[in-house]
Design a protein around this ligand. Structure first.
Ligand code: HEC
Length: 150
């Protein structure tokens, strides 16, 4: 019960990301997570049925190919802590920019099932610790001093 209340609080906090005043998230801090435990939670919460994770050996996904997405790897914009928290507790709020533009436009809600009633806060913290270091930023292309792609 207490877990659910905590998660509901977190979710509410997430919904108000960017708000100012009393709903501001400026002082919101999560404790350090444990990436190894995050990997265990990733499988026990069945995230692997839709996601592979760059550089990590996990049981193969079983979802329809349209519902599969690799997490981590090279991205144009690194994921902040807030990006990953939101992606997990409120997936529809921030549909991934890994999806091709037209597909994202068509998708009104994320196919990700809600886990807020079953995931512990510790699992959430550990999942983010597991996933965040898997992302690498795509290096901009330079030739000498000349920047080819902004
Ligand atoms: C039914 C398939 C499915 C399951 C199960 C699933 N996801 Fe997802 N997930 C998706 C799809 C599709 C997207 C892209 C759409 C979106 O952003 O919601 C996504 C997006 C994400 C993103 C954003 C990726 C990025 O880099 O932009 C994260 C992080 C994520 N999922 C984590 C998880 C975690 C953690 C779990 C387990 C608790 C999970 N997912 C379970 C299908 C799934």
């Amino acid at each position: 019960m207490q877990r659910t209340t905590l998660l509901a609080g977190l979710l509410l906090a997430g919904l108000c990301a960017g708000c100012s005043g009393q709903k501001s998230l400026r002082s919101f801090r999560m404790p350090e997570g444990d990436a190894a435990r995050g990997q265990v939670a990733f499988v026990s919460l069945r995230c692997h049925t839709c996601h592979t994770v760059s550089g990590i050996d996990l049981p193969a996904p079983t979802a329809a190919p349209a519902d599969q997405l690799m997490l981590g790897g090279e991205v144009a914009r690194l994921r902040t802590y807030g990006d990953l928290l939101t992606a997990i507790v409120h997936p529809t709020a921030g549909l991934s920019d890994k999806l091709p533009g037209p597909e994202r436009k068509k998708m009104k809600t994320s196919p990700m099932p809600g886990v807020n009633d079953v995931m512990t806060v510790q699992e959430l913290i550990d999942l983010v610790a597991f996933l965040q270091p898997r992302y690498r930023v795509l290096a901009p292309l330079y030739e000498g001093d000349y920047r080819l792609i902004p």
